[in-house]
Design a protein around this ligand. Structure first.
Ligand SMILES: [Zn+2]
Length: 302
């Protein structure tokens, strides 16, 4: 489905997908996964590069599962040129873990640096091809999409998956985000991509089917924001368990009380119930749906 100069790397959901672009004159990595997978990221990259050096590293957005491997990549290829979306530049320069979401999500991301920004409305020469950079707010206000018109390949990040899209982060901290999700879906439709490399999940070609499913999901969230709030809280808990694999239930409940986004979601939407009780009910729901499991007084990832 992808041209042979585009090497796709997919690993579960903790790490975002990565794409290695190999042109005659340069090699470019898009997104680097979560930091706990950094060693595997480097091994997969060395294998795919077949002796070539990595020239450039770019990120669609700076959630920890998309740029957690940046520091390891920069240490491995010290001359790599790193480009990030412009909205995050100041936060990365000062390593503001609040603005970069690592603190309020309770996630971690080793510090990295950048050389320039991916300005929406401009083009990027990468892997011997020209890519159009588009702003793609919604899931993340600063995310960008990369579209390659000759091949019809779109890197959609977490704006569009085969089944849905990523949690709408602005809605977590009380800013509107659903309209932006809709506008970004409209943009994707206008671009008429033939192949989508999503931020998570397999590469797919049924773009119109994915757009229908995403719009249905967006409609549910827009009409019932509580559903999105509850979904977002479960995603944060599941992500934490994917990262640590398992912990005593009491430790998980302690962690939820220290997570800024979970306490915000609770304060805004679910304050009728005590925080710890609410978090416990989310965990139980995740266990019932089979994405977490209980082992004695521990909760573990499935
Ligand atoms: Zn994301």
């Amino acid at each position: 489905m992808l041209p042979s100069d585009m090497h796709f790397i997919e690993r579960g959901w903790l790490s975002s997908n990565s794409l290695l672009l190999s042109g005659p004159d340069d090699t470019v990595l898009v997104d680097s996964g979560y930091h706990t997978h950094a060693e595997q990221t480097l091994a997969l990259l060395h294998h795919a590069l077949r002796g070539r050096s990595l020239n450039r590293l770019i990120n669609t957005h700076l959630h920890s599962d998309h740029c957690g491997g940046n520091a390891a990549v920069q240490a491995s290829w010290p001359t790599v040129h790193t480009s990030i979306p412009p909205g995050c530049a100041e936060a990365v320069r000062h390593w503001d873990e609040e603005a970069l979401t690592y603190k309020p999500t309770g996630q971690s991301c080793p510090r990295f640096s950048f050389d320039d920004v991916l300005q929406p409305g401009t083009q990027l020469l990468a892997g011997g091809r020209t890519w159009d950079i588009h702003a793609a707010p919604g899931h993340d206000p600063d995310s960008v999409l990369l579209f390659q018109p000759d091949t019809g390949v779109l890197l959609s990040a977490d704006a569009l998956w085969e089944n849905g899209f990523g949690v709408v982060f602005p809605e977590i901290y009380g800013e509107p985000g659903f309209d932006d999700v809709g506008h970004t879906l409209d943009l994707i439709e206008r671009l008429q991509p033939t192949t989508i490399v999503p931020g998570h999940g397999r590469v797919f070609a049924d773009v119109s089917g994915a757009l229908v499913r995403a719009r249905e999901r967006l409609k549910v969230f827009t009409e019932q924001p509580l559903k999105h709030a509850s979904h977002a809280a479960k995603v944060l808990i599941k992500f934490h368990l994917m990262a640590i694999q398992g912990c005593p239930i009491e430790s998980l409940l302690d962690w939820t009380q220290a997570s800024g986004y979970l306490t915000t979601l609770h304060r805004v939407h679910f304050h009728a119930q005590p925080l710890r009780e609410w978090a416990g009910s989310l965990m139980e729901a995740l266990i019932r749906s089979g994405v977490l499991a209980r082992q004695d007084d521990w909760v573990v990832n499935v």
